[in-house]
Write a protein that binds this ligand. Structure first.
Ligand SMILES: [Zn+2]
Length: 138
């Protein structure tokens, strides 16, 4: 990879950005070097090293492996479990089995949602009450 040196005379004083000497587009000082490498230099055709994943020739080391089929995955699963048991890894409150269905969970759930008096268009809804009152007054 060749290093692109940013020339100070590429600077557009009005916009305080640097003008590409190849295509006249403007970039920031930090961006112009990458632009030139990527569009006019050695970086033409560079796609972020993801080509193999798209073509199917490259895959993550643990794809399709489980703790039953691979000892590296098993080792990681065990150490993760151990860390949860020892308290080294803390699960979020919602995730832990002790929370779901517990008294605390029920209390917190009861605070959200539920019946709101006067809401909606039902028999007890405010809209109904207003029209009813108008009938009485009119
Ligand atoms: Zn350019």
């Amino acid at each position: 990879m060749s290093i692109i040196k940013v020339q100070e005379d590429w600077l557009n004083v009005k916009t305080s950005k640097y003008v590409c000497p190849y295509c006249d587009k403007e970039y920031t000082k930090n961006g112009i070097g990458t632009h030139i490498w990527r569009m006019h230099g050695d970086g033409i055709g560079w796609t972020g090293n993801n080509d193999g994943y798209k073509k199917g020739t490259r895959k993550a080391w643990n794809k399709d492996l489980t703790k039953e089929t691979d000892e590296r995955v098993l080792k990681n699963a065990q150490s993760h479990s151990d860390n949860i048991k020892s308290g080294k890894t803390q699960l979020s409150g919602y995730c832990s089995k002790n929370y779901l269905g517990s008294k605390e969970h029920k209390e917190n759930s009861a605070k959200g949602g539920g019946f709101r008096e006067g809401a909606g268009r039902g028999k007890k809804g405010k809209k109904e009450k207003i029209t009813h009152n108008l009938e009485l007054c009119g």
